[in-house]
Design a protein around this ligand. Structure first.
Ligand code: CA
Ligand code: CA
Length: 498
């Protein structure tokens, strides 16, 4: 487990070359930064010991308030710091959630403030660093804090119900034409067109097994060439030939299926109703990735010849790619195994820009986790959960959070992010309609807390609270218009800049 709090400070430091250049007599005039730095150096000229020597000594900073792990903050909070340097401090920069917060403070006392109601209730990360007159920067000093109040989206965003009227929704997908396809657990595929839930289902699956609370239709994905081939893939529990999960494919004819689906790939017979998995997405390699739960059995997740507790990789006709990691050592359908050691990967996401995969694995007793998808990786279940009992054989989670608050709150891995069932993941694209500080983030939801958080992949995988829904989230998607869509059991919530 990479401890993101210890990696935040690893920013590239400014060099002392600018001051050296200025001291050469008249300056080399190469950058506007020289003039600025030169002016600052002149302003503290009495402190410059040798104008011809570069100052390479970093400034230092002490962040006085807020305290680390300050909880339930309300009202306005002041962020205050002291800075010192061998030559002189040019300014102190502040960040909130990985983005600069206001201008540099160039005069002591160094401070800024934030009104807590501007950000969503939950975890936020405050940072400060000092810059000296030679543009040397201290490491970021970080405080992880928790905002109180009851704020459900950050300032500048609105949350609206795109559509209601769904029943037992589990997964959704969006066509290039904007239509949204929703899987309902009892076997219906519904279509939302122009913001309206069509009364006639796209299809209703026959022989769906919905025993227990987890069986049924659990996943849906559209082929990358859906616009031309109309292929809609579903993952569901069927009674045909013994109770098992199956991947089938419909062909669309307008807003309804052209006929019954074709069964493409069968998973092993189930012996419990739990941990069915069901998430499906196409990679940028054109392959179909499938998250399969451990069937409530645990141990088979470590058996690379079992299909339980795995990420699978298939061709779009459910034949098996010959470059799968165990293609040469497994036989039959087990050649589809791509990664092992998962408990219930009910949701995952693939980044369109480069194919990076984040697998959300629902935990058992203590931890929820986000794993980075790697061919042949072993994520440890059932021997390891979250950061517990990791060995060299297991790939540690990218981020993991507890089911219950630590003592004191926020002090364990995962900080103030708490939940019992990770469900829904989406990469927010660079160039989308969200402000720059949200772009490139990985958003994930928790079914039990209804909270949506975001992983700041460019800031040491720090995690910030983003939104909260009324209903229970089961899936996330960035819509074709750049909004973040949250599928709950009975509606779709749209979150977008105001
Ligand atoms: Ca210095
Ligand atoms: Ca794991």
């Amino acid at each position: 487990m990479a401890n993101w709090r210890s990696t935040i400070g690893c920013m590239v430091l400014g060099s002392g070359l600018l001051l050296g250049g200025c001291g050469g007599g008249g300056g080399d005039g190469t950058t506007a930064g020289d003039a600025t730095t030169g002016e600052r150096a002149a302003a503290v000229g009495a402190q410059v010991p040798d104008a011809t020597a570069a100052d390479t000594q970093l400034p230092t900073l002490v962040l006085n308030t807020p305290a680390d792990l300050a909880a339930n903050l309300t009202g306005r909070i002041d962020i205050t710091a002291d800075a010192s340097d061998n030559v002189g401090i040019a300014g102190v920069e502040f960040q909130v959630d990985g983005a600069l917060w206001g201008d540099d403070d160039t005069n002591p006392p160094y401070m800024t403030s934030i009104t807590t109601t501007r950000l969503t209730t939950g975890q936020h990360v405050i940072r400060a660093r000092a810059r000296d007159t030679s543009n040397n920067r201290s490491a970021w000093v970080t405080r992880v804090v928790q905002f109180g109040n009851d704020v459900q989206v950050p300032e500048g965003f609105t949350k609206t119900a795109l559509v209601g009227g769904l029943t037992g929704a589990t997964s959704f997908a969006q066509a290039p034409d904007g239509r949204i396809f929703v899987a309902q657990q009892t076997g219906e595929v519904r279509v939302i067109k122009n913001g309206v839930l069509l009364p006639t289902p796209f299809a209703t699956l026959a022989n769906v097994n919905t025993e227990g609370s987890e069986r049924g239709l659990g996943g849906i994905v559209l082929h990358p060439d859906f616009a031309t081939n109309g292929w809609v893939y579903v993952y569901y529990t069927t009674n045909d030939g013994g109770t098992h999960n199956r991947i089938s494919r419909f062909t669309a004819n307008g807003d309804v299926a052209a006929g019954p689906p074709t069964a493409l790939f069968g998973l092993p017979t189930l012996t419990t109703t739990m941990h069915n998995g069901g998430a499906m997405h196409f990679g940028i390699d054109g392959k179909l990735y499938v998250g399969v739960g451990d069937g409530g059995l645990g141990a088979p997740a470590q058996d690379r010849t079992s299909l339980f507790g795995k990420m699978l990789r298939l061709n779009d006709d459910a034949t098996i790619p010959t470059d799968n990691p165990y293609y040469g050592t497994n036989t039959g359908n087990a050649r589809a195994v791509w990664a092992i050691g998962l408990r219930n990967p009910f949701t995952f996401a693939i980044r369109p820009s480069d194919g990076r995969i984040h697998i959300n694995d629902v935990g058992q007793n203590t931890w929820e986790e986000i794993d980075v998808g790697i061919a042949g990786a072993n994520y440890g279940w059932p021997n390891s959960e979250g950061p517990d009992n990791l060995t060299a054989a297991f790939t540690a989670p990218l981020f993991t959070y507890r089911h219950t608050a630590a003592t004191p709150p926020g002090s364990a891995i995962g900080g103030f992010i708490i939940g019992r069932c990770i469900a829904g993941g989406a990469f927010y694209p660079v160039g989308g309609s969200f402000p720059a500080r949200f772009q490139g983030n990985y958003f994930f939801a928790d079914f039990t807390t209804h909270e949506i958080s975001r992983v700041d992949l460019s800031n040491g995988n720090a995690v910030y609270s983003f939104a909260k829904t009324v209903g229970e989230p089961v899936d996330l998607r960035v819509a074709t218009d750049g909004a973040l869509l949250v599928l709950t059991r009975n509606n779709i919530v749209r979150i977008a800049p105001t």
